[in-house]
Design a protein around this ligand. Structure first.
Ligand code: GAR
Length: 212
């Protein structure tokens, strides 16, 4: 069984969707550890309820971001992790970490990348008068929200929508597309080579599978 690690900072609702997809067998893998950089992440409770060990790494306990990421990396290597998932992990990973695990880290980001990397994506889309928004699953490289895109899901923005409504609509899509991409990776259908994502040995287009 392939081993999955999930990195979180907050609510962990994506973590929950991933745990459930493993439990039902939709993802033929196992979440063997949950890592948080916040002691009070609700996701840690979710891990506990599912019987999954968790580990907290606090920045204040390390002399630098590099030292913290080295410790996380050593912990992951000791567990022989096959796939690292960022699920609302709100700390930028250092280049040595992303290079150490190149092709083995996926992230979900609440925008149609390359639009709106970074924070407050819903608010920015609303303020810019966008008529659609969405979410993206992508491989992680050293650029913030910059690695090869695997899959996107679009949602409409209706006149009069609030940030909360757009977020709710987008999150519903996240719980579908992230487990699907994870399934592809665990089944060895999805790979990253020279910065390009391949599904079933065919290169994915720049906006991921959904664009075609
Ligand atoms: C998710 O919506 C995810 O897309 C976003 O944080 C949320 C975490 O929610 N990630 C980012 O903004 C990363 N740049 P969750 O803790 O309930 O899964």
């Amino acid at each position: 069984m392939k081993k999955i690690a999930v990195l979180i900072s907050g609510q962990g609702s994506n973590l929950q969707a991933i745990i459930e997809a493993c439990q039902t067998g939709f993802i033929p893998g196992k979440v063997v550890t949950v890592i948080s950089n916040k002691i009070d992440s609700f996701g840690l409770e979710r891990a506990k309820s599912a019987g999954i060990p968790s580990q907290v790494f606090l920045r204040q306990d390390f002399s630098s971001n590099l030292a913290m990421d080295k410790a996380i990396g050593d912990y992951l290597d000791a567990l022989n992790i096959d796939l690292i998932l960022l699920a609302g992990y709100m700390k930028i990973l250092t280049k040595p970490f992303t290079q150490r695990f190149a092709g083995k880290i996926l992230n979900i980001h609440p925008s149609l990348l390359p639009k709106y990397p970074g924070l407050h994506t819903y608010q920015r889309a609303l303020e810019n008068g966008e008529s659609e928004h969405g979410t993206t699953v992508h491989f992680v490289n050293e650029e913030l929200d910059g690695g090869a895109i695997v899959l996107q899901a679009k949602v409409p923005i209706f006149p009069g929508d609030t940030v909360e409504e757009i977020e709710l609509r987008t999150r519903e899509q996240e719980y579908n597309i992230y487990p699907l991409v994870i399934k592809w990776f665990i089944e060895e259908r999805l790979k990253l080579e020279n910065g390009i994502a391949y599904l079933d040995a065919s290169p994915l287009p720049i906006s991921g599978y959904a664009a075609e």
